[in-house]
Design a protein around this ligand. Structure first.
Ligand SMILES: [Zn+2]
Ligand SMILES: [Zn+2]
Ligand SMILES: [Zn+2]
Length: 252
């Protein structure tokens, strides 16, 4: 399959989702005139069936399986670009399409897991399930949630930081919330207090609403039932508020 054929297969998948099958619908989905030789190529590869008289076109079983994989990669790439890399506007679509041709299947699974097996792309279209999504449903209930959504006593690992604003991100980078770091929520009011890297940190609510965590099952208990390690030394208190000793963190 070449890039052009892939583009057609993705468009045909969108038609399949909308239960449409005319050549005119394909033209609308492509936003370009339908090229007959591309359709013929897909037909001879048994990816699509094309009826020239009725001007109908649709994916075969083989074409559906192939297109599902393409669309899954495309929509996961959109989520990655949108949520983690914060790419917006121009270039967004073409970046997602480039991405789907570059990544290996294992990398796709890794990205899907990082993002918490998302069900929809940023446009609200469904992301087809992969093996990793089915496995995660059967085995563990790991999900990605905002720190602010944890209950007191719960533990999570930092997945990524959702922050549109460079100034905010810069300030967040001053804290210990690096991807992979474990965070335990101690209290929510009057401020969020979390344990992180052996320290106790008070943070404002807006920060708790920017940090995404992989949440583990149960209240502060790992999947195998073990209780998370608690540092023996009393943790040093650090506050990130203006006027306090350790920083100049303030509400926006
Ligand atoms: Zn694409
Ligand atoms: Zn999308
Ligand atoms: Zn998945």
């Amino acid at each position: 399959m070449n890039m052009k054929q892939d583009e057609y297969l993705e468009a045909l998948w969108r038609l399949h989702e909308q239960e449409k099958n005319s050549v005119e619908d394909l033209q609308t989905a492509l936003n370009a005139p339908v090229e007959r030789d591309v359709l013929d190529g897909l037909t001879s590869d048994r990816m699509a069936e094309y009826d020239g008289e009725l001007r109908k076109v649709r994916l075969t079983e083989k074409g559906l399986a192939y297109a599902l994989d393409l669309v899954r990669k495309h929509r996961l790439a959109e989520r990655l670009l949108h949520d983690v890399l914060r790419v917006r506007g121009e270039g967004f679509e073409s970046e997602a399409c480039t991405f789907e041709h570059l990544v290996a299947p294992q990398v796709v699974e890794g990205i899907c897991t990082l993002l918490g097996h998302p069900r929809e792309c940023p446009h609200g279209l469904p992301i087809p399930e992969g093996e990793c999504c089915r496995r995660s449903e059967q085995t563990i209930s790991t999900s990605v949630v905002y720190l602010a959504q944890l209950e007191v006593g719960e533990v999570g690992q930092v997945a990524y930081i959702d922050c549109q604003d460079d100034a905010q991100l810069h300030r967040l980078n001053g804290l210990q919330f690096k991807p992979g770091v474990e965070v335990k929520l101690h209290q929510k009011y009057p401020a969020y207090v979390v344990e992180c890297e052996g320290g106790i940190i008070a943070i404002d609510e807006w920060i708790a609403k920017r940090i995404l965590l992989w949440k583990q099952r149960g209240r502060g208990v790992y999947e195998d039932g073990a209780v998370p390690h608690v540092p023996e030394k009393p943790a040093r208190k650090r506050f990130w508020r203006r006027g306090r000793r350790y920083g100049t963190f303030t509400r926006e």
